[in-house]
Ligand binder design. Structure first.
Ligand SMILES: [Fe+2]
Length: 179
């Protein structure tokens, strides 16, 4: 189940808000200009579907989204517990960072936590299959899918150089382990 848990950024383990209801999660995230929605896509993919097959299957949704955002390209990112670089990739995404373009992700399968750090609060968003999240440029955040990551996500980029992170050097993510 998709879930949003909010903390004060100096009080890990003490949620000030928690909800699994889209009608509560969406407006709460809108307060910090984060877009969240679910795509009810009538798409059934084999577990071993190729990136091209996945992109083709979601092409109508992607075209509509990219038209609305002015985005330029999309790709597929997939992590499994067996991925040889799973631990290294976890570290890369786990350190707090920002981007100079929006971070737009759609979860085709599996799940992962986008954790945002804004206005003195930490927003832990557990994203699952069919969830679309749009994090504006400049918001401090990190991503964690745990020590056994399992997800497939579409990534949408406006900048053709792809995923570029600006690390803040803050070790806050070590104080807010995802659950
Ligand atoms: Fe990011």
């Amino acid at each position: 189940m998709t879930r949003l848990t909010v903390y004060d950024d100096n009080a890990p383990g003490v949620p000030v808000f928690s909800s699994e209801s889209p009608s509560e999660v969406v407006p709460r995230l809108r307060e910090i200009n984060v877009g969240f929605e679910r795509w009810n896509a009538p798409v059934h993919l084999a577990p071993d579907a190729s990136s091209e097959t996945i992109l083709d299957a979601f092409r109508p949704f992607l075209d509509a989204l990219m038209g609305a955002t002015g985005a330029g390209s999309a790709d597929v990112v997939q992590l499994t517990p067996e991925h040889p670089q799973a631990a290294a990739l976890r570290e890369k995404f786990l350190a707090e960072h920002t981007h100079s373009e929006p971070e737009i992700r759609f979860f085709v399968a599996g799940s992962g936590h986008f954790v945002l750090h804004e206005n003195g609060k930490v927003y832990d968003i557990l994203c699952e299959k069919d969830d679309l999240i749009q994090v504006p440029a400049g918001i401090k955040h990190w991503f964690d899918a745990g020590s056994k990551p399992s997800f497939t996500a579409l990534r949408v980029f406006t900048d053709m150089s792809g995923w570029v992170a600006h690390y803040t050097g803050d070790i806050i993510s070590t104080r807010f382990p995802v659950t």
